[in-house]
Design a protein around this ligand. Sequence first.
Ligand SMILES: Cc1cc2nc3c(=O)[nH]c(=O)nc-3n(C[C@H](O)[C@H](O)[C@H](O)COP(=O)(O)O)c2cc1C
Ligand code: SF4
Ligand code: SF4
Length: 251
Amino acid sequence: MIIYFTGTGNSRYCAQFLADKLQDACVDAFPMIRQGAKTDLHSETPWVFVAPTYAWQAPRIFVQFLHDTMFCGNRLAYFILTCGGETGNAHEQLAQACREKGLCDQGLLSVIMPDNYLVMFPSPKPEEVKQKIEAARPNLEMAVEKILAGQPFPAKRPGALDKLKSGPVNEGMYRFFIKPSRFFSTDACVSCGKCQEVCPLGNISLTNGRPVWSNQCTHCMACLCGCPTGAIEYGKRTQGKARYQCPPYQG
Ligand SMILES: Cc1cc2nc3c(=O)[nH]c(=O)nc-3n(C[C@H](O)[C@H](O)[C@H](O)COP(=O)(O)O)c2cc1C
Ligand code: SF4
Ligand code: SF4
């Protein structure tokens, strides 16, 4: 079973690619994360977890989902983190989660996709999006081969810098930067409520037809990039930037 979490579609694209080639089920973790419910899942085929990289780690809400869920059946667990460039030492925490769940860790594969972190970086240009998605395919095909063969992904030895980024830098990012305080909606808002629906943390409510952000935010970019009228901004950091959504997987 392939289970994914996504903010702007990159991880869904990769999960659907894998599900298509492996002829396996593709499950969105969103409703389980949003409800915060403890769930039991069963799969006869290996578990394949696909998620974005946030500050050189798997998203904290996805790691929490792994802790909260009972995985029955097959014991093999593969991890795929989509990223803009690098995943640092993200594997260590996922390997630890496997040990706690009695799953057999088959390694982490980093798949470079367009960078969706508009709060920090420019939006990817259409040509770049196309090129990066194309370049990701051989990597995903290799993943399919390994999963079918029951072999682990190639191991990568983390360096001191990887450990620094996934450790103290990640902590600092979550503590000081990954906050919803600068989100606001402009007069382009048409009160459709989509931002409220797409937030995995249920962090957005509508008051007088306009979104209000509470304190639980993981900067997934789903509200900012999913607003149909581009009415959501993050301070001045997102002004004038095209919103990013991964094109749908088409086989
Ligand atoms: C909060 C946040 C933090 C990110 N941190 C990293 C990072 O540490 N390394 C990296 O290569 N990409 C990073 N990115 C880029 C995303 O991991 C990447 O674009 C991913 O494919 C987005 O997946 P999605 O479309 O499934 O949400 C970050 C993006 C966000 C929103
Ligand atoms: S998604 Fe955009 S238009 Fe719809 S309510 Fe939210 S801010 Fe307003
Ligand atoms: S408030 Fe927006 S950026 Fe923050 S978690 Fe919710 S959808 Fe993602």
